[in-house]
Design a protein around this ligand. Sequence first.
Ligand SMILES: [Zn+2]
Length: 373
Amino acid sequence: MRNSVAIIVLVSLLFQQCTQPQESTTGNVKEDTAFYTAADFYTVKKTDAHVHLNTDKPGFATLAKADNFSLVTITYDDVNEPPPMEEQQQWALKQVKAFPGSVAYATTISVRNFNSSNWQQETIAYLKKSFDSGAVAVKIYKVIGMSLKDKAGKLVMVDDPRFDPIFNFIKQNHIPILGHLGEPKNCWLPADKMTIKGDKNYYTEFPIYHMYLHPEFPSYEQQIAARDHLLEKNPDLQFVGAHLGSLEWSVDELAKRLDKFPNMAVDMAARISHLQFQSVSNRNKVRDFIIKYQDRLLYATDDVVAASANFADMKAAVHNTWITDWQFFTSKDTMTDADFDGSFRGLQLPKKVVDKIYRVNAEKWYPATLKLH
Ligand SMILES: [Zn+2]
């Protein structure tokens, strides 16, 4: 999907290696050095704050080290997407041990036994064990709101009071929640109306999550409202919204939430193409948004390494994703992406902003990752 982009990246790298950044917003020569180059990719310390190392093989973390990335590997639990969280956690712990200071992990909660009488105790016990083993965050997954039903057959949303003891325990331990709640707005549209080809492919592969096909489930707006209500109920909860907080389609809508909830940040996992898509029509708006909320945005890819993956095959793709994203945030090159038609220009963010979205914010929002690097 990104092959054509990779060729463009290579060509542009060849040119960038021998040029200095020339754009200056003030005309001041000193400003010229405030941007990173393509070559800086290899020397700047970075964190990919949302990957899934569903394996104990070292290939991915080794490549990350070579590209100067530390990683936060995220576990999750969904009967529709095995393996279960316990197995993922074993892999995560092995990766953390094999790459001390380079890999951190997020635990999760399971709602498999939500309707059993001791689900809350079981869940808290699992969390306690996870915190003792160094988990830096707790992922909560879209199954809450999109497939979990209670004994009465009623769909359970994330602001349901039955989650309160769990979230209170997480807060008491000063651990942030990484919340993947809802889906991209495209999920509620027919496939031919979706803005991003990657979304179209995903929902074709997982029709169970394509909400356009399931009008009996809550609307996009209801998903967002339940998440917002959770944050209203818990103003002291450190909350990182995965995937641009499911507000990937509009930096204006996302800005409203970041203004309303000061303890909310978002990761960009698998949604950078949505920022690029918005840049096609209004680059300055996207650039201004990132600069304004530079303390609240975490770089992340959502790259997945399956246990069965042939890492040699995916190596180039992973590296190219990181390089292409770096080009988008640091250069002002004209770029294209296979996910949509049209071209856009790199945002050429100031170095200070790049450092924040690529590392500083991960350390700030997941304080236990401070020991990374
Ligand atoms: Zn993910």
